[in-house]
Design a protein around this ligand. Structure first.
Ligand SMILES: [Cu+2]
Length: 188
């Protein structure tokens, strides 16, 4: 019986460890469509909004003034070298903000659509080595687009240590992104 307990605990620990190794940013405010810790911490990986299975059209929206400045609060609980891109879309399916999956070479900039802001990933004491950190909260203001209606604010972590060289010389970007999205209703 003791042996079985030990095995179960080991399995549980391994599972926890694998799960926590996968998630990296929490959009604290505005409230995301889905928390990044859902589905064993894998929801962040799902483009475009990190909210698999969420009916975005039916989701609650935060009402804010078009063109105003909104405070963003992001908790970077696993650090990585790279940056955070904040963009938006009026397409509730996010087709126009799907992440680019490969670039021809390292010198090609990664394209992002409808960018509102690009900021360096928060790394305490300038140490961006992948690790778990506490209280690594980034607060910043983002100027919203001057349009009215529903938008999704897309907050995307881009990890520059996750490029994968391909045999043909191109670079796969499949592992570099984590996604969070928040629904806003912009009004005059
Ligand atoms: Cu990581």
């Amino acid at each position: 019986m003791k042996m079985l307990n030990k095995i179960l605990w080991t399995v549980a620990l391994i599972f926890t460890f694998t799960a926590t190794a996968q998630a990296h940013i929490d959009l604290v405010s505005p409230k995301p469509l889905m928390g990044g810790h859902g589905m064993d911490d894998t929801t962040l990986k799902v483009a475009p909004f990190g909210a698999p299975g969420v009916d975005v059209e039916e989701a609650d929206a935060l009402t804010v003034k078009a063109g105003s400045e909104l405070e963003l609060v992001i908790d970077g609980y696993v650090t990585h070298p790279g940056y955070i891109v904040v963009s938006y879309t009026t397409d509730l399916y996010g087709q126009d903000v799907m992440p680019i999956r490969s670039i021809p070479d390292y010198n090609t900039p990664i394209p992002h659509k409808n960018i509102l802001m690009k900021i360096a990933s928060p790394c305490p004491e300038g140490n961006c080595k992948p690790r778990r950190v506490k209280d690594n909260v980034l607060k910043t203001k983002v100027k919203l687009p001057d349009v009215t209606g529903d938008i999704i604010l897309v907050v995307r972590q881009v990890m520059t240590d996750k490029f994968d060289n391909q045999p043909d010389g191109s670079i796969s970007l499949k592992r570099i992104y984590y996604h969070q999205g928040a629904k806003l209703k912009l009004v005059r």
